[in-house]
Design a protein. Structure first.
Length: 581
């Protein structure tokens, strides 16, 4: 007899005797196990959110009490499938495309038993075979419970990590978006990316890139994403132009970006991460510089041509006036040297300006420069933008960007600095800034200096604003002062209470003394008690030192007992002669 394990099962070996369609129907009808055919239902971001029930065989209909094609979905018919882990098991089996098995418990559905499940992806659907596992051993039940506990803990950990990651993406200082699958479906985009696109989350999430941003058609970004998916290699761009719809019109902007393939925990390729930063202002500034340099070059060429014509004329007049030619040559050389020096100084100035802007962009303070009598922005760093709610724009007057400052006197201070050329300082000055998120002004405190920027004639042409946010310092100091005041008040109340008690003790005929700490250092004795030891100092000394006989008489032992246990001690007619002076 041949070995049954010698060759894998081949359906085609039986097709002549058992036609596939008849064989499938026969297996479904004759199976003692329940068999269900499901089709996945996907959400907006592509994940499986439920299954439709395409067919239940007779055994499944008997076990579940459902018709062959129930009206509801899988989760509607099995509301406890999330709790038992069966839904997650079936989703994983479908996505991985590998045969899978598990044991699931349905105590909340009235079955009060365990079920054995086997799942296999078939085409675009999922085939699930199940049977009642009443005879499962206690060890298997215990293992299942432990597995479910571990799975729930892992799910909680994963959810926590997912929430942390989402918060990181939303707060990241760069624009981030996620594109899933060949359709390049947008599954996430943080606020910076939405600002670049000029869209809201509802406009883009769950939609393919070119459907959400149709103006990108033909600009090549979808091809770069497809290349990153196909090669699984990152694709980067530097100062790449992009024409985007903003405020109802198409604008060309520039960006540094990278399309990075990303994978799930199993190493399967999921899509592409897009990290980008808009550099439109930097590119435009460089273009302006290049245009100015081109104009300078053209002027130099024209000047050179003029020099050539002049030299030709000088050669023609050489015979007439050699001395005049020498003087003109000397002046030409001096002019060329002056032009070279001018170009050198222009280049040094440009490098110094770039270096200064680089430094100001990294200082831990809010820095901006404003030009002209109407104080228009010519520079600001990221800290200044963050402090002012990202409202300033280059070329915009401060009064237009931050209108709430006018009533607080800051505009008047700027006018004063520009008119007088003298700096203005402020320390912990209160400042109300409008907060878009809160919908109202928020109270801040700043240290600031408005420093005039002077031209070659010593006249102000702009102002440097240097601000340090001291809100936390002011609030901390106020809180510390309030706390200190409260401590002083409490100490005063306790002192008053103590003096009140001592006043009462002074007038009583009972013997009273108060001792503190493990050595029972005497803190107070009333006059009646002091009369027991006339002329002997007691206060401030340990009891055993002030009253040596108290040790031998057992009084110190009683004090130790009360101090250590916290239990009161009461004695009647206790002899005190042994403690007498």
């Amino acid at each position: 007899m041949p070995d049954v394990d010698a060759a894998p099962f081949q359906l085609r070996d039986f097709r002549e005797a058992f036609p596939p369609d008849d064989l499938l129907v026969g297996l479904l009808e004759a199976s003692l196990s329940g068999i269900a055919l499901y089709a996945p239902i996907r959400g907006a971001s592509g994940e499986i959110v439920d299954f439709t029930i395409e067919l239940l065989n007779p055994a499944a209909q008997r076990l579940l009490g459902q018709p062959a094609r129930p009206a509801g979905t899988y989760l509607q018919c099995h509301p406890h499938a999330h709790q038992s882990g069966a839904f997650a098991f079936q989703c994983e089996a479908f996505e991985l495309g590998q045969p899978a098995r598990m044991v699931a418990c349905y105590p909340a559905e009235g079955l009060d038993t365990y079920w054995q499940l086997a799942a296999q992806r078939v085409g675009q659907g999922l085939l699930v075979s199940f049977s009642n596992a009443v005879d499962a051993t206690r060890a298997a039940e215990e293992a299942l419970r432990e597995s479910r506990a571990r799975e729930q803990a892992a799910q909680a950990t994963a959810e926590h990590q997912r929430a942390q990651f989402e918060a990181l993406v939303q707060q990241a200082p760069v624009a981030i978006a996620f594109f899933k699958g060949p359709a390049q479906r947008i599954t996430a985009a943080n606020p910076r990316m939405l600002r670049i696109w000029g869209r809201t989350r509802n406009d883009v999430l769950g939609r393919p890139l070119l459907e959400a941003l149709p103006e990108l058609e033909g600009q090549g970004f979808d091809l770069l994403i497809a290349h990153a998916l196909a090669t699984q290699e990152p694709v980067a761009g530097n100062e790449a132009p992009a024409t985007l719809q903003r405020d109802g019109q198409l604008l060309t902007t520039y960006h540094n970006f990278v399309f990075q393939p990303f994978y799930d925990e199993h190493g399967a390729l999921q899509g592409v991460i897009n990290v980008a930063a808009e550099v439109t202002e930097q590119v435009k500034a460089r273009h302006q510089i290049e245009e100015k340099e081109l104009l300078t070059s053209q002027l130099n060429e024209e000047f050179k041509a003029s020099n050539d014509e002049l030299l030709l004329a000088q050669q023609q007049l050489y015979q007439l006036n050699e001395e005049l030619e020498a003087r003109v040559a000397d002046r030409t050389q001096a002019l060329a040297a002056a032009l070279a020096e001018t170009q050198h100084q222009r280049e040094q100035l440009r490098q110094q300006q770039q270096h200064l802007q680089h430094i100001l962009g990294q200082v831990p303070a809010s820095v901006a420069t404003l030009a002209g009598p109407d104080h228009r922005y010519t520079f600001f760093n990221a800290n200044y933008l963050a402090l002012t709610g990202w409202r300033p724009r280059l070329g915009l007057a401060e009064a237009e960007a931050l209108p709430e400052l006018a009533s607080q006197g800051f505009g008047q201070l700027l006018d004063e600095v520009f008119a007088t050329g003298q700096p203005v300082f402020g320390t912990e000055k209160p400042l109300l800034l409008y907060n878009d998120a809160a919908g109202e002004p928020t109270q801040r405190y700043i240290d600031f200096i408005y420093q005039p920027l002077l031209d070659g004639r010593g006249q102000p042409h702009g102002i440097l604003a240097f601000l340090v946010d001291t809100t936390d310092r002011v609030r901390s100091r106020a809180q510390a002062a309030a706390a200190q005041a409260e401590v002083v008040a409490v100490a005063q109340r306790l002192a008053a209470q103590r003096e009140s008690f001592y006043h009462v003790f002074e007038q009583t005929s009972a013997l009273i003394f108060i001792a503190r700490g493990p050595d029972h250092r005497i803190d107070y004795v009333n006059p009646e008690y002091q009369q027991l030891f006339p002329g002997r100092p007691l206060v401030g000394l340990p009891t055993a030192v002030a009253i040596p006989d108290a040790v031998q008489g057992g009084f110190i032992a009683l004090l130790d007992q009360v101090y250590q246990t916290g239990e009161p001690y009461s004695g009647n007619e206790v002899p005190a002669a042994s403690y007498d002076a």
